[in-house]
Design a protein around this ligand. Structure first.
Ligand code: 5GP
Length: 126
């Protein structure tokens, strides 16, 4: 079953310029901006400009050019934030929520980049 893309989602509105965002980096295929409710001192969202819903949708259906651009932007954001462990930075976490079990809020594919404090264990259990 293919994904239906809801073009009224909040990130589609950001991409259209209907609502403002705090842009960190923009390229031909990718936009990176600060999360409106940051969960760490650094919390950047990286999104493709194309209409993809989840990581699997993007990874399986986007063009090579889109995927390369997106992946490079994510790396450049880590460099920009100065958090690359291999460069003396303190590290970071990337994650992407998809669908109901992951409680995906916005149905436009996005990668969270979180950094700036000890982020604790990957998942908290009840
Ligand atoms: P999800 O739960 O879908 O993985 O994450 C969606 C993220 O988008 C949340 O961290 C939320 O704070 C962020 N977000 C929701 N609406 C807006 C918005 O209008 N602007 C920005 N910059 N971030 C948003």
């Amino acid at each position: 079953m293919a994904y239906d893309y809801d073009d009224q989602n909040i990130f589609a509105m950001i991409l259209r310029g209907d609502i403002p965002n705090d842009t960190v980096m923009e390229t031909e295929h990718t936009l990176a901006f600060r999360d409106i409710r940051p969960q760490a001192p650094e919390h950047v969202l990286v999104i493709p400009k194309g209409a993809y819903v989840t990581h699997d949708d993007f990874a399986l259906n986007a063009s090579d050019a889109e995927i390369v651009d997106f992946t490079r932007v994510a790396g450049k954001i880590c460099a920009l934030l100065g958090v690359q462990p291999g460069e003396g930075g303190a590290g970071y976490r990337t994650l992407s929520n998809a669908g109901d079990d992951a409680i995906q809020e916005v149905p436009h594919y996005h990668l969270h980049i979180l950094a700036g404090r000890n982020l604790g264990p990957m998942l908290k259990h009840d």
